[in-house]
Design a protein around this ligand. Structure first.
Ligand SMILES: Nc1ncnc2c1ncn2[C@@H]1O[C@H](COP(=O)(O)OP(=O)(O)O)[C@@H](O)[C@H]1O
Ligand SMILES: [Mg+2]
Length: 260
């Protein structure tokens, strides 16, 4: 049965999408069967995975599944049709409608979780890229998940909002998903030469002992450039530090899960 991990942070620009897509590729290279769900209406992850609205089938995205207009199976695409790769469920701006439409649905927090029951046996990992807010789509992602993976951007007010994330995690765990755990915090755009970044890392370790990954994702130009080419960093620049860091993160996650 798949392990489901949501990449979550209220803030935008902290590395949620970069982490989801590159981690998916790394886990796939390590022999895991992986599905990425783009749960952000901005569709950044979808673009990085090469999704374009070209055929009628391309109109089957997360919104169509969540609103009952398509089966979840119909909405699964392959990241690279030409070689064995990981799968994904894309999103486009109509996912914004979901926030309003879910409000009046019975069991509104559980819609995604119920749908994933049909897919769980096909994958080892389901990675969900969350939007930068705490709406019903994010809540659906957290209710469908076993773990939260929380990217922290060392550059801007790194630790701002950590209390709010913890409070929301505890609320979801208490009220709707008792099995939800925090897999870990991953420091992104990390530069160990900067004392500000080292201090942020130390403070995170003090506040969340054992929960901050040893791996850090260094600032890397190829990580910033690859989305414009609609590629993950492994396909774009396999030898760059971004690829090395995400591979190390994948291995650390696998060993963390093995020890639990
Ligand atoms: N380690 C990194 N080094 C350089 N650029 C990065 C790094 N991580 C992310 N980026 C860039 O920062 C921007 C925001 O990252 P993104 O993953 O889209 O954040 P989020 O999904 O949290 O909004 C993107 O342009 C991305 O390419
Ligand atoms: Mg994003």
């Amino acid at each position: 049965m798949a392990i489901t991990i949501s990449s979550f942070n209220f803030k935008g620009g902290v590395g949620k999408t970069t982490t989801t897509v590159n981690l998916a590729k790394a886990l796939h290279s390590l022999g895991k069967r992986v599905l990425v769900i783009d749960a952000d209406a901005q569709g950044n992850a979808s673009k990085m995975m090469g999704f374009r609205l070209v055929t009628e089938k391309d109109g089957k995205t997360l919104y169509e599944a969540m609103s009952g207009n398509a089966s979840i199976m119909e909405c699964v695409f392959c990241e690279n049709e030409n070689e064995e790769s990981f799968d994904f469920i894309p999103s486009r701006p109509n996912l914004y409608q979901c926030e309003q439409e879910l409000v009046s649905r019975t069991g509104r927090e559980y819609i995604l979780r119920m749908m994933l029951n049909n897919l769980e046996d096909h994958y080892d990992f389901i990675l969900i890229d969350c939007p930068p807010n705490y709406g019903l789509v994010s809540i659906n992602a957290m209710v469908a998940s076993d773990y939260l993976l929380i990217p922290i951007n060392c550059e801007v007010f790194a630790l701002d909002g950590m209390g709010l994330i913890t409070a929301k995690y505890e609320e979801i765990k208490k009220l709707v998903n008792p099995k939800l755990e925090i897999l870990g915090y991953i420091m992104s755009r990390y530069d160990k030469r900067l004392s500000l970044h080292r201090q942020a890392y130390e403070q995170m370790n003090q506040n969340f002992p054992g929960k901050v990954f040893n791996t850090t994702i260094r600032t890397n130009i190829q990580l910033a450039e690859s989305p414009a080419q609609r590629m993950n960093v492994f396909d774009f620049a396999p030898n760059c530090t971004g690829a090395a860091d995400y591979m190390e993160l994948a291995k650390e996650i696998l060993s963390r899960l093995d020890n639990q």
